[in-house]
Design a protein around this ligand. Sequence first.
Ligand code: 13P
Length: 288
Amino acid sequence: MKLQSATTMLQKAIDGKYAVAQININNLEWAKAALTTAQELNSPIILGVTEGAGKYMAGYKTVVGMVNGMLEELKITVPVAIHLDHGSYDAVLQCIDAGFSSVMYDGSHEPIEQNIANTKKFVEICNSKGLSLEAEVGSIGGEEDGVVGSGECADPDECKRIADLGVTMLAAGIGNIHGKYPDNWQGLSFDTLRAVKEKVGNLPLVLHGGTGIPVDMIKEAISLGVAKINVNTECQWAFQKATRAYIEAEKDLSGKGFDPRKLLAPGYEAIKAAVKEKLELFGSAGKA
Ligand code: 13P
């Protein structure tokens, strides 16, 4: 199966009342773990790539080449999109050029008029190339790969203005945060989500910060129109924990040589387990 845009997967998710997972990837193990798990569970999947992760993996073209190779060699038949996560203006253009099938332009740090003008331009480009486009209104709190947001709730009228431009999906801040939620977190603002939904109708909404949101809130968010949920930190934690445990257990490496494939194997399995849990929770398993 070739890479595809996220448009059809998300429309099916809206109709079927489930969410497609965006699993952020950082290297070959991450990408392989996400793809093979989606295939085993017969689930669509979106591979998220931040600008930092793109640089780490030797550039966007390398990412596209690696994932395309895996789709063929691992015989992946479920729908897969490669999506730029929180892209700047320039990164969106670079990813489109590199062959990404989906991009996020994050103009939430710009004044709304600038966000609208830039998003409008990307709607035209993406439509002409059959790519999906995510826009953002109201920043997501916390820090991800150097992108810091203070976490305001989105203004529903601004969401409507962006939605009316013809984007494929919209990330609206509703109190969600990247990474670990603080102990005094107030929870998701479902009032904001309802108000946004009322303004944007059937447009798929995106929930960032999918690590650590309680199960009941995830389910409620999906019931109110969230069709894509992003997960990054949870896979990083799973990977780190499994790798540390392996190193602890194998302290004495003298005489054994050093095989990086053995070192990375427990982390790979841990990411697979984390992805499986999310695909089942979000309801996309069995929906490919
Ligand atoms: P977490 O790191 O909290 O899972 O959020 C990921 C995300 O929203 C990527 O855009």
